[in-house]
Design a protein around this ligand. Sequence first.
Ligand SMILES: [Zn+2]
Ligand SMILES: [Zn+2]
Length: 81
Amino acid sequence: MECYQCLQNGINRDAVGLCHHCSAALCSDHIFAVEEPLMVKHLMAPATIFPKKARLLLCSTCKVALEQILTEPATAGDVSR
Ligand SMILES: [Zn+2]
Ligand SMILES: [Zn+2]
């Protein structure tokens, strides 16, 4: 499979992975590995956020788009007092 992003620029380059979101094949220059926080939401208590994060491979387009949600601050459990 060839990198989708490179093909857009008229270049043929072998892909190393797929974007998790749009399934585009991507080369090492165009693939991004981000850390996805894992959490479990509880009905009556703050959400549990696990210390180990999952890996998510994304293209540049989906990375920018998904970072809008991934970086959203956790406001549910503000019980500092
Ligand atoms: Zn590429
Ligand atoms: Zn994508």
